[in-house]
Write a protein that binds this ligand. Structure first.
Ligand code: PEP
Ligand code: MN
Length: 338
């Protein structure tokens, strides 16, 4: 159930409504928007007297939410959630471009990438230090030293860091180096991990699972918010279909649909969605045209020698060209680059 408070309702009035809900043995979760506060009620709604709640001072409306997710729903919070990272307002009209290698390999590789992407207008550096790999013999990342390399390069070039967290035991470590914590596709349904990162204060980049539905993605976001962290960015990174020519199939549908269903920012990952360097730029532009709030793109100074995902990594020159094209598409859909 959702209780929509009147515009400008004072704290004491909101607190009174929260107490009434708690008295009934349910859990109220207030979401403070710029316009008004909305209270989501978690638990068995039958315990609440909807008419009584409607009559309380400061209450504008009381509604039942039909979707299985409430806190992530646009019905609960109409205005976009905007997450500010390194001066970029993710979820506003500004586009957030995140770029960098799939995996941190060494200082020179990260330095060359960070320098290039920063020069061409990117504000957020990506790079994995802990890599989830399908094969147990593949490069699994440099771990802590990878985080250090990434942070140092980002700081030299005025960039924020987004990097993947795979294990609850590394939350404090990764939080120390990251500005945004990435939860990869393979962990989208790792519920213990989601519960635990819900207790952190860092923005979370939640990637869609390999064969997860849009509702499942939203339910995973819901879980993070329910545990206390409202700063969730969703990422469409392609899903597995019968097609074998591309690594995945870019779920372009999900971008405008997610923007309808949720107030959370949505970004696109054209690298994992395609697995093919040559089509990454076109799919990146499609994501922006479809309404994505940003992109996460793999860039490598020498993709042919990359230890991970070289086939889908674009070169700094391709990135430079892509940024110019992004500016043009952004203008057409009334978005800007910070
Ligand atoms: C990545 O971003 O390098 C990655 C492993 O992505 P995904 O979890 O979407 O496969
Ligand atoms: Mn990758």
């Amino acid at each position: 159930m959702i209780i929509v408070m009147k515009r400008g309702a004072q704290k004491s009035i909101i607190d009174h409504v929260l107490q009434e809900i708690t008295k009934s043995g349910l859990d109220p979760i207030p979401l403070h928007g710029t316009e008004r506060t909305v209270i989501a009620v978690i638990g068995d709604e039958r315990l609440l007297d909807i008419h009584h709640l409607r009559s309380l001072p400061g209450v504008n409306d009381v509604m039942r939410v039909l979707q299985p997710y409430k806190l992530a729903s646009r019905d609960t919070k109409y205005e976009n959630t905007v997450i500010e990272v390194n001066g970029v307002k993710i979820g506003s009209s500004e586009l957030a471009i995140m770029a960098g290698p799939c995996a941190v390999e060494n200082e020179d590789q990260v330095e060359a990438t960070a320098r290039a992407v920063a020069q061409y207008g990117c504000k957020i550096l990506r790079g994995g230090a802990f890599k989830p790999r399908t094969g147990p013999y593949s490069f699994e990342g440099l771990g802590v030293s990878g985080l250090k390399i990434l942070r140092a390069a980002a700081d030299r070039h005025g960039l924020a860091v987004v990097t993947e967290l795979m294990d609850i035991r590394q939350i404090d470590l990764v939080s120390k180096y990251a500005d945004i914590i990435q939860i990869g596709a393979r962990n989208m349904q790792n519920y213990d991990l989601l519960n635990a990162i819900g207790e952190t204060k860092k923005p979370i980049l939640l990637k869609r699972g390999l064969s997860a539905t849009i509702t499942e993605l939203l339910l995973s976001a819901e879980r993070i918010i329910l545990h206390g962290n409202q700063q969730v960015i969703l990422c469409e990174r392609g899903i597995r279909t019968f097609e074998t020519e591309t690594r995945n199939t870019f779920g372009v549908n999900s971008i405008p649909l997610l923007k309808e269903l949720t107030h959370l920012p949505v970004i696109a990952d054209p690298s994992h969605a395609t697995g093919r360097r040559s089509i990454v730029p076109a799919v990146a532009l499609a994501g922006i045209a479809a309404g994505a709030d940003g992109l996460i793109i793999e860039v490598h100074p020498k993709p042919d020698t990359a230890l991970c995902d070289g086939d889908q990594s674009i070169t700094p020159d391709m990135f430079k060209k892509l940024m110019k094209q992004i500016k043009m598409v952004a203008k057409a859909v009334k978005r800007t680059l910070p």
